[in-house]
Design a protein around this ligand. Structure first.
Ligand code: NAD
Length: 257
């Protein structure tokens, strides 16, 4: 089945998107909903999660907000249980929630390291375990993790904790794909480059950084959340039925070298 736009429909599928209150996560939630999925919009911020779900409703699509901290094991277990109780299934999981605090390694407190690892990496394990159990029982599913070129190819100064967490997501994606293949669950990740979201707002206000980025990015511009969302939608859909354990760079060519 395909949508009006011609790509594979997600009609009848239930998707859980973490960190869906703004930025890339909101764009992913909207993109999956437009493709026909029923979308659970998770965020730690209940107000923004509700706003995203409301935007989806305005377009005549199905969604509901779910406030939870994805680094909290019990909260994640409950969230997945509630999603299945409400919709009867869970077909797509998008692990997008992330934080990017900045600090030189020599001054980084333990708490910042731990929080970054817990939100960016441990949460991916927690949600994959909980959702994977549901998908296994259902006979299949698709998981898409949002990593970063910063974890794989282009490290960022003052963000060693962030880079390490995203390298972890990259490795976890592949190991998870290997294990989950037997359950017909595909697991892939996207590695965005520099995307126009609140996360990059401060850096985008600095002319020297913008000039450097424009020079470093072969396509000569920053990416939009929608450009990442379209690749996530592809990976989550049956169009990518034979794709698993892969990392898709959505970065205007920044990390191709
Ligand atoms: N913007 C970029 O240039 C860029 C580049 C590479 C990768 N990424 C990754 O893409 C993802 C989305 O980034 P963004 O730019 O949209 O960021 P953002 O800061 O604009 O949005 C992140 C969202 O995640 C939510 N969140 C944070 N901690 C959470 C938690 N514990 N539980 C649930 N939700 C939580 C936030 O409330 C927020 O709504 C992140 O994983 C980020 O690391 C972003």
């Amino acid at each position: 089945m395909s949508t009006e736009e011609g790509f594979a429909s997600l009609a009848g599928k239930c998707a859980l998107v973490t960190g869906a209150g703004r930025g890339i996560g909101r764009a992913i939630a909207l993109e999956l909903a437009r493709a026909g999925a029923w979308v659970v919009c998770n965020d730690i911020d209940p107000r923004t999660a509700t706003e995203t779900a409301a935007r989806i409703h305005l377009e005549g699509r199905g969604a509901f907000p779910y406030a939870a901290d994805v680094s909290d094991s019990e909260a994640v277990r409950r969230m997945v249980q509630d999603v299945v109780a409400a919709t009867g299934r869970l077909d797509i999981l998008v692990n997008n929630a992330g934080i990017e605090p900045s600090s030189p390694i020599l001054e980084t407190p333990d708490e910042m390291w731990d929080r970054t690892m817990n939100v960016n990496l441990k949460a991916v394990f927690l949600t994959s375990r909980a959702a994977g159990q549901v998908m296994r029982a259902q006979g299949g599913g698709a998981i898409v993790n949002v990593a970063s070129i910063a974890g794989v190819r282009t490290p960022l100064a003052l963000r060693a904790h962030y880079c390490a967490s995203k390298a972890g997501v990259y490795g976890f994606t592949k190991a998870c794909a290997l294990e989950f293949a037997a359950h017909n669950i595909r697991v892939n990740c996207v590695c965005p480059g520099v995307i126009i979201t609140p996360m990059t707002a401060k850096a985008r206000r600095t002319p020297e950084i913008m000039a450097r980025w424009q020079q470093e990015i072969p396509l000569g511009r920053l990416g939009t959340p929608e450009e990442v969302a379209r690749v996530v939608r592809f990976l989550a859909s049956d169009e990518a039925a034979y794709v698993t354990g892969q990392a898709y760079f959505v970065d205007g060519g920044k990390a191709m070298h």
